[in-house]
Ligand binder design. Sequence first.
Ligand SMILES: NC(=O)c1ccc[n+]([C@@H]2O[C@H](COP(=O)([O-])OP(=O)(O)OC[C@H]3O[C@@H](n4cnc5c(N)ncnc54)[C@H](OP(=O)(O)O)[C@@H]3O)[C@@H](O)[C@H]2O)c1
Length: 262
Amino acid sequence: MDFGLKGKSVFVAAASKGLGKASALEFSREGAIVTIASRSLDELEKAAAEIRQETGNPVHVAAMDVNSLADIDAALAVAVNAGNGLDVLVTNAGGPAPGNFDNFDDAAWQKAFESNLLSVIRLIRGALPHMRDKGAGRIVNLTSSSIRQPISGLILSNTFRAGVYSLTKSLAIELAPQGILVNTVAPGRIATDRVAQLDENKAKNTGKSVEQIQAESIAQIPAGRYGIPSEFGKAVAFLGSFANGYITGQALLVDGGMVKAL
Ligand SMILES: NC(=O)c1ccc[n+]([C@@H]2O[C@H](COP(=O)([O-])OP(=O)(O)OC[C@H]3O[C@@H](n4cnc5c(N)ncnc54)[C@H](OP(=O)(O)O)[C@@H]3O)[C@@H](O)[C@H]2O)c1
C-alpha cells in the first residue's frame, strides 16, 4: 500500500524513545521528512541517527519540553523549515505520575493537565495554520487504553487521556471540512521504558517480583504478551498517512485484545 507520505513533513512529539520514536521510524520508512522532539538533545540525536541509518531518509531534531509553549513553537518551526510546511502532527508526552486520588494535590493535577492535555492543545494550535495552508493534514494523538477502561493506580492519566479523546472527536468534526483528519491511537501495554517503570513501581508497592507483576498483566491480554513498539508505530503511521482518507474522530486501541469494552 502507498501511504502517500513520501516527502511529507511529519512532526512527532516526545519521540526520543518508546512509542514516539517507534512512530517516527514508521513515517521515515514511508519516505517522510520527519522531525522528532523531546527534552534531551543527546537522546534525540541518537534516535535520529538510528532512524536515518535504517531508512536512509532525513530526520531532524528539536529540543522541546511539552510544558513550554515557547519550546513547542520553536520545535514546530524546525519541522516547517525542514519539510516545507507541515502535513502530519503526532502529539505525545511523558506519562504522568502513577497514584490514586488521595495522592495528588492541586499542583500535581495542574502539572498533569499541562503535560498531558494542554500540550496537545498547544501542539495542534501551532500546527493547524500550516495544515490549513496546504488544505490537508493528519493529526494523531497518542493516548492510552484508559480512554475506554480506566487503569487502577493511574488516575491522572485516566482523567486527561479522556480529555484528549474528547478533544480528538470534537476537532475531527470541526476540521474534516478543511481536509484535516484527527484520530487517537491508544496503547494497552507496549514494552517501553514507561511500562517497565510502572511494573517496577507496582512490584515495589505490592512486595511482588517484577516477573510476577508482568505475568499478572499478561494474563489480562488475550494475545498473551506485551506489544512491541513497532506494532504500535505502524498503526500511528497508517492513521497519520494519506492512505487514510476517510477515518477521523476514531480511537484505535493497540492492546492485544486487553480492553473488553465495546
Ligand atoms: N507504553 C505503553 O504501553 C503505554 C500505555 C499507555 C499509555 N502510554 C503513554 O504513552 C506515552 C509515551 O509512552 P512511552 O511508553 O513511549 O514512554 P517512554 O518510553 O518513557 O518515552 C517517553 C518519551 O517522552 C519524552 N518526554 C518525557 N517528558 C517529556 C516532556 N516534558 N517534554 C517532551 N518530551 C518528553 C521522553 O524523552 P525526553 O526524556 O528526551 O524528554 C521520551 O522520548 C506516555 O504518555 C505514556 O504514559 C504508554
